[in-house]
Design a protein around this ligand. Structure first.
Ligand SMILES: [Zn+2]
Length: 531
């Protein structure tokens, strides 16, 4: 194993030792291994912000000394947030499949709604296999870059092509895109260019107008530069494995600080309202500062957008909304007054999670003075990290699978970390956490009582572990995980290891509860007991 890999592994082992919820995994031959890791904060953050992610492999090109891949997302301020990273010395299809399976396991098996990737075949295959229900798109800036490279001769001789290509890609409707694309090809004599044909054929994977029905969180923050910017300026082409961890730690520290600063800024500044609208006041008190400004701009634009009622049918009213003097760029809004629901052809809300000016114009016309709760995505609010945070992803897994036990183990640890991190600040969160952990403890006790401790047969149909496979293997059969909690097998000789791990975990939980108890203003206390 190279010194560089050893260096990285040394750090990962230390971090796991200090915090068992720090997760890492290794695959393959040590000389060409892949290493994945995700820290406790990232695992916790995924439960709040794991709806849309970017998997970035731009550092995996031959231009970089360390093939470094990252999973990132967006926090409630729209800042990039880390959901794990990997060193991919082996970049085969099997390696990417392993990486996604391992990552999915580490974040408790809950797939994101959407994922943005580089246009790379192996990555796409891995996403399709491991996250079949996740909407996949190519990073459009990667496509732009590729187009610039392929059409370098045109970009040199035709300075306008870049702007025209960008305008075409940002079309507001499919018809507009098709028309502009056709004109672009004609203007630059690219009608017979096979590569451009393949780019066009893949349009549903990268042209925004085709993907607006899915949440990607775009236009809402610093992560909208088109690609992962989390490690920009920290990881460079010259970064080696020896200094990777230092650069990684610097990036994590800086972004954590930026989030704290944004939290502080949101909490300590009074939103500057531009109108007497109760809706603006409501949004100002709920959204983070950055997202409120996005909303405020949309609300402000309703002053110039008029909503004209077209027809009513079956309790639903159709409106045409257009900016003054721009009737040709109108949007159709469907409004259901009984449910106070509206949808707009621009699909801004579906795509970004912030309501559009067109629906707001209709609300204004119909005297809807406050924003219906469904248009206030919690992930963009000041309280994004409170309440409902302890969603039990493990509960979505089959409860009798070997993975579910390990995931439950991991989640228990994760929950404790979260409770500690929250400082039991919110009593609702605390209570939810306590109830969930108590429930988990009962299940653990049930398992023990049914004979797992004695390593006995698990033939009992009522035993939650009864149908476990002989041994829990890693996502890929040839994989090797060094995370002790993962190496535990379910049946056979290692049953006692599982139970010991769980018992250690419970002890850990109780220590944490003591800690929480000191901090909880209501003096709540809970002790987990396995009888
Ligand atoms: Zn709209």
């Amino acid at each position: 194993m190279s010194d560089g890999v050893q260096h990285v592994l040394g750090y990962l082992k230390l971090m796991h030792f200090e915090n068992p919820n720090f997760y890492y995994a290794i695959r393959g031959d040590p000389s060409a291994s892949n290493v994945f890791w995700i820290d406790a904060a990232s695992r916790s953050n995924y439960t709040y912000f794991g709806d849309t992610i970017v998997f970035d492999t731009s550092y995996c090109s031959s231009d970089y000394k360390v093939p470094f891949a990252t999973f990132t997302g967006l926090n409630h301020h729209g800042q990039p947030i880390l959901f794990g990273c990997a060193v991919m010395l082996d970049q085969s299809e099997a390696s990417y499949i392993w990486l996604f399976q391992t990552w999915l396991h580490a974040i408790s098996g809950k797939s994101p709604i959407s994922i943005t990737i580089e246009p790379a075949r192996f990555v796409q295959t891995a996403v399709s296999q491991v996250l079949p229900n996740t909407r996949l798109r190519y990073c459009k800036w990667s496509v732009f870059k590729e187009v610039q490279t392929r059409l370098a001769h045109l970009y040199e001789s035709q300075p306008n092509i870049d702007a025209e290509f960008g305008k075409c890609v940002e079309s507001e409707s499919i018809e507009e895109f098709e028309s502009r694309w056709g004109m672009l090809l004609e203007q630059y004599y690219l009608m017979d260019d096979e590569w451009m044909r393949s780019v066009y054929d893949a349009r549903r994977m990268w042209v925004p107008v085709y993907m607006r029905d899915t949440f990607f969180g775009d236009h809402c923050g610093e992560g909208n530069k088109g690609r992962n910017i989390y490690f920009d300026g920290f990881i460079t082409a010259e970064t080696t494995l020896q200094v990777l961890i230092e650069d990684y730690k610097k990036a994590v520290g800086i972004w954590h600080e930026k989030e704290l600063r944004a939290d502080h800024d949101t909490s300590n500044t009074i939103p500057l309202l531009k109108t007497p609208s109760p809706m603006e006041k409501q949004a100002g008190s709920v959204y983070t500062k950055k997202i409120f400004m996005k909303f405020q701009e949309e609300l402000f634009q309703t002053l110039a957008n008029t909503a004209t009622e077209l027809e009513e049918s079956g309790g639903v009213t159709l409106f045409r909304v257009a900016k003054f003097g721009e009737d040709h760029r109108d949007r159709i809004v469907t409004y259901n007054p009984i449910e106070a629901k509206a949808t707009c052809g621009c699909q801004k809300f579906e795509f970004s999670g912030v309501i559009c000016r067109h629906i707001l114009a209709v609300f204004r016309a119909k005297n809807v003075l406050t924003l219906p709760s469904e248009y206030l995505l919690k992930r963009w609010t000041r309280n994004a990290k409170s309440g409902g945070s302890l969603d039990k992803h493990a509960a979505e897994e089959p409860t009798n699978s070997p993975e579910s036990v390990t995931i439950r183990c991991d989640n228990l640890q994760q929950d404790v970390v979260k409770v500690g991190e929250e400082d039991a600040k919110y009593i609702q969160v605390y209570n939810v956490a306590m109830n969930a952990l108590e429930e988990a403890a009962k299940k653990v006790a049930a398992v023990k009582n049914q004979g797992v401790a004695q390593g006995g047969s698990l033939a009992n149909g009522e035993n939650p572990l009864a149908s476990c496979q002989p041994a829990m293997t890693l996502p890929m059969g040839d994989s090797k995980l060094e995370n002790p909690s993962i190496q535990t097998t379910i049946n056979g000789e290692k049953n006692h290891e599982l139970l010991e791990n769980i018992q250690k975990l419970v002890m850990n939980l109780n220590e944490k509860f003591d800690n929480c108890d000191r901090k909880c203003v209501h003096g709540h206390r809970l002790q987990i007991i396995i009888s």
